[in-house]
Design a protein around this ligand. Structure first.
Ligand code: ADP
Ligand code: ASP
Ligand code: MG
Length: 418
């Protein structure tokens, strides 16, 4: 039997009526002759609620118990989806992560897949079941405990199942009808893309476009999964939505194909540190050990010198997610107390956001950075930090200008035009 993976996100299973709507889409694929693996998220808002319950109960919570609580939202959706399908006459069974079992690492809160054995699901399909409904976002650690994959992780569950079971396609049903040139909630000029290259989607996701979890795109790219994003609220067919595919399958190619933003960024500056070999290692080593995901880094020539001496000094600025600032600060204070670094001041700015332009065309076109900086200057937006790679340019700016920056960049790169 040909097999499809269909994933429904939180808003697509937000209440019983929406679960019925999603189940209807599954039934249609079964009628077309497919066996289906359905991956479900928790009902929308549920995971946030569970996370806040954990945080209210225990500030420095045990990550194993965080996972035990937070994974439960998906269990409810999975059981309800299986029941709804049965009511429609479709033979369906639900599976929690441990039952499959979805084997992951023991990195609680951000576990990675190790293996997904097929035997249990294959046996059920062989018995005549048409649909296996699997709870997204969760797995089982080698120690036998429940793990979760990081926020948005059900996308990754879906792609992993598509790879493990050789699915014809992995369809991600969500509350927008595809991947847009930027978040359609930020500008109504955002345009839906029929296709987007894996590399571009990977950058957009990692730079904040939460329509797909970054890791899901990575897996799809590695295992050549045909990955599609489409609406669960509209009638859809084989041509609906956005196909994430190889660069070679795309005709239209613009220099810049999308704009992404990330709201929850923080900027930390160590003022007046020694300018000597090994200083960066002495700073970023402890940050890595503390689990801080450092993103952009700049080193400036400082106006000051160390302790009034003639020894060269410098300032080091880096960005990280807002919720890691406390950990970053502590790592720096501990390193200073241990004597491995010295700084005159540590300045934290939590009112920043990152805005990025992405496009594989940048590999062969010069001048994108200049156009981007011009557009921001025209809006009087000050750039605090710049980061680049082969196919993206990111800037850190004051958060209050984030929407404006996205709109300006969307306009200047003419993303509203096909
Ligand atoms: P789900 O609950 O289905 O997983 P998410 O909320 O995780 O849905 O992702 C869908 C959301 O991603 C959309 O509602 C949209 O606001 C946001 N988004 C951000 N960037 C983009 C983009 N470039 N294209 C489409 N949606 C985007
Ligand atoms: N429910 C989880 C979250 O909200 C996983 C997901 O929806 O993908 O992050
Ligand atoms: Mg999501």
């Amino acid at each position: 039997m040909p097999l499809l993976v269909m994933k429904f996100g939180g808003t697509s299973v937000a209440d019983l009526a929406r679960i019925e709507n999603a189940a209807e889409k599954v039934r249609r694929e079964v009628e077309r002759g497919y066996d289906v693996i359905v991956i479900v998220s928790a009902m929308s808002g549920k995971t946030n609620e569970l996370v806040s319950w954990v945080e209210q109960t225990s500030k420095l919570y045990d990550a194993r118990e965080y996972d035990a609580v937070v994974a439960s939202g998906e269990n409810i959706s999975a059981g309800l989806m299986a029941l709804r399908l049965q009511e429609m006459g479709v033979p369906a069974r639900s599976w929690q992560g441990w039952q499959v079992p979805i084997n992951t690492t023991s990195a609680h809160g951000s576990a990675r897949f190790v293996s997904i054995p097929r035997d249990h699901l294959d046996a059920k399909f062989a018995e005549g079941f048409k649909v296996a409904v699997v709870a997204g976002f969760q797995g089982l650690s080698p120690e036998g405990r429940v793990t979760t994959l990081g926020r948005g992780g059900s996308d990754t569950t879906a792609v992993a199942f598509a790879a493990a079971f050789g699915a014809e396609r992995c369809d991600i049903y969500t509350d927008v009808d595809g991947v847009y040139t930027t978040d359609p909630r930020i500008t109504e000029k955002a345009r839906k893309l029929d296709r987007i290259a894996f590399e571009e989607m990977l950058e957009l996701a990692s730079l904040g476009a939460k329509v797909l979890q970054t890791r899901s795109v990575e897996l799809a790219m590695r295992y050549k999964v045909r990955l599609r994003v489409l609406s669960s609220f509209e009638d859809t067919d084989e041509n609906s939505g956005t196909l994430v595919c190889d660069e070679e399958e795309i005709m239209e190619s613009k220099v810049v194909s999308g704009v992404a933003y990330s709201r929850d960024e923080a900027k930390i500056t160590l003022v007046t540190i020694e300018d000597r070999p090994g200083i960066a290692a002495a700073i970023f080593g402890p940050l890595a050990e503390a689990g801080v995901n450092v993103d952009m880094i700049v080193q400036n020539v400082s106006e000051k010198h160390m302790d009034g001496s003639t020894r060269a000094a410098t300032d080091m600025t880096f960005s990280c997610p807002t919720n890691q600032v406390a950990r970053a600060k502590k790592a720096m204070e501990d390193a200073a107390a241990a004597g491995s670094i010295r700084y005159a001041d540590l300045i934290v700015d939590t009112d920043v956001a990152k805005v990025s332009v992405v496009g594989i065309g940048m590999r062969s076109h010069a001048g994108v950075a200049a156009r981007m900086f011009d557009a921001l200057a025209a809006e009087n937006i000050n750039i605090k930090v710049i980061g680049t790679s082969e196919i993206k340019i990111s800037v850190l700016i004051d958060r209050k200008y984030m929407e404006l920056a996205v709109q300006a960049l969307h306009g200047v790169f003419e993303l509203d035009k096909a």
